[in-house]
Design a protein around this ligand. Structure first.
Ligand SMILES: Cc1cc2nc3c(=O)[nH]c(=O)nc-3n(C[C@H](O)[C@H](O)[C@H](O)COP(=O)(O)O)c2cc1C
Length: 215
């Protein structure tokens, strides 16, 4: 494979500081909506984002999770197991980064900030909206812990099905939401000749300062 020879050319319209919305959350919502509205929106999983966390001594790790809400405070919300690797990282070091890639538009958005757990009520509301099979899956799986075999996982699911047969599946103690409060956004638009546009918003008190970065 000659990966070095693979090259995409970006012929997209550019970003102008003066045309970017004053609030990066609004700008983000606009780009996300465009990604959702794309004819291949489902296929591209527009809400899929890379979540980067790190241990307190700086060992990073990254994985994809799904954005499930942008709340009234402009926080980016996702759901997971609190006892997973990311959960362990965030308990010890609540700083994290998100990265979205919408290749159909040659766009990337990077977000950095601090993370806290959502309220139990928010986790309950989301958990109860999930399909029953997903609820049972969350109950049955000890996310990110070593398991001896696939069979044991299937058995654990069968046990959960039996235990909650006919009744509601309760939200597991160690499962719920996290909300990231952004301190920085970067909007990246691929352009011709590698002269890409990069517009950064940094929180400065209640306002946002906007700057352009070299590509
Ligand atoms: C498209 C996609 C969406 C995913 N969405 C989630 C999610 O919303 N929540 C979650 O806990 N894991 C999600 N995962 C699985 C995670 O990438 C990861 O395997 C899991 O959360 C364990 O990560 P950790 O061991 O770093 O904590 C998703 C994976 C993919 C590929």
């Amino acid at each position: 494979m000659e990966l070095g020879d693979l090259r995409a050319d970006y012929e997209h319209a550019g970003l102008k500081e003066t045309e970017m919305l004053g609030d990066p959350v609004d700008q983000f919502k606009e780009w996300l909506q465009q990604a959702i509205d794309h004819p291949l929106g489902d296929w591209f999983e527009p809400t899929a984002m890379t979540l980067a966390t790190a241990t307190p001594d700086g060992m990073p790790s990254a994985r994809i999770v799904l954005l499930k809400d942008i709340d009234a405070k402009g926080r980016m919300v996702f759901f997971t197991s609190y006892s997973s690797q990311k959960g362990d990282n965030l308990a010890a070091n609540p700083r994290a980064a998100l990265c979205f890639y919408w290749g159909q538009f040659g766009r990337q958005v990077r977000i950095e900030g601090t993370i806290e757990k959502t309220s139990r009520a928010i986790s309950e509301a989301y958990f109860s909206s999930r399909p029953r099979a997903s609820q049972l899956g969350a109950v049955a799986s000890d996310q990110s812990r070593v398991i001896a075999s696939r069979d044991l996982l299937e058995q654990s699911l069968a046990d959960a099905e039996l235990k909650y047969a006919g009744g509601a599946v309760p939200l597991p103690e160690d499962w719920g939401g996290y909300a990231l409060t952004p301190a920085k956004f970067e909007f990246w638009q691929g352009r011709r000749n590698r002269l890409h546009d990069r517009i950064v918003y940094r929180r400065s008190g209640e306002a946002w300062a906007i700057e352009r970065l070299g590509p």
